[in-house]
Design a protein around this ligand. Structure first.
Ligand SMILES: [Zn+2]
Length: 240
């Protein structure tokens, strides 16, 4: 095989590895990000529950203040009742008292109801607070293992880049810039194998003449349809 072609195939493999570092790093971090997101979601929910509990307390206090007003009103009514003479006045005061007592009953019911809701909200917040603690522990241990994984990734990155530097130095500059030009649009499929007598970049069949040249591989061949660099896949040799 043409030496430059061999190097270009090797270079394409290295570039593919380099391109995979970003996604690898992302996937390592994604588990941690998921946990952090979950933790933030729970924190927001706790805040919401605490706000709702506070709202219950506020409403309950308002009913409490109203109860005090009603109690002094009832005391006034009771004082007034001894001074009344006509039946009409007595009846009117009775109605007023009835209404005040109904309001007292309603306020008491509301205070009890709001108290139950407030406690339920606080209990739920407390439970979430506990699960938040567990997640914080998980995050901590994840961060430890992640920093180890990232270190390993960083090491292999260094290795691959130095391998690339060495290889690029050995490649004919003209061939290298030719490769770079194609890579700009073809990306990871700059150098592709011929599979079933077709370019595996664009899937178009190559001519018999081109196929023979690819088999001989004594020069760098490009697909006459898409322009990608072609090489013969080893399994293709066995099949052909
Ligand atoms: Zn092609």
């Amino acid at each position: 095989m043409n030496q430059e072609l061999r190097k270009i195939i090797e270079l394409a493999k290295i570039d593919l590895e380099i391109d995979s570092f970003g996604p690898k790093e992302e996937s390592l971090k994604s588990e941690l990000n998921k946990l952090v997101e979950k933790s933030n979601g729970i924190k927001a929910k706790i805040e919401e529950l605490e706000g709702e509990a506070k709202e219950c307390k506020f409403k309950s206090n308002k009913h409490d203040a109203h109860l005090k007003e009603l109690s002094s009103k009832l005391a006034d009514i009771s004082k007034k009742s001894s001074t009344l003479k006509t039946e009409r006045e007595i009846k009117a005061l009775q109605i007023e008292e009835e209404i005040a007592r109904e309001q007292v009953a309603f306020a008491n019911e509301e205070i009890a109801r709001l108290d139950t809701v407030e406690h339920a909200k606080k209990d739920e917040a407390k439970k979430l607070e506990e699960s938040l603690g567990e997640i914080a522990e998980q995050i901590k241990s994840f961060e430890v293992s992640l920093s180890g994984d990232l270190k390993i990734l960083e090491e292999s990155k260094k290795d691959v880049y130095s391998k690339k530097d060495k290889l690029v130095f050995e490649i004919n500059p003209k061939v290298y810039s030719f490769y770079q030009k194609i890579k700009r649009w073809a990306g990871t499929s700059t150098v592709v194998p011929v599979v079933g007598k077709a370019c595996s970049g664009c899937n178009i069949q190559i001519t018999d003449n081109d196929y023979r040249k690819v088999i001989r591989s004594d020069e760098i061949m490009t697909c006459s349809n898409c322009g990608r660099i072609l090489y013969l896949d080893e399994t293709e040799i066995e099949n052909g």
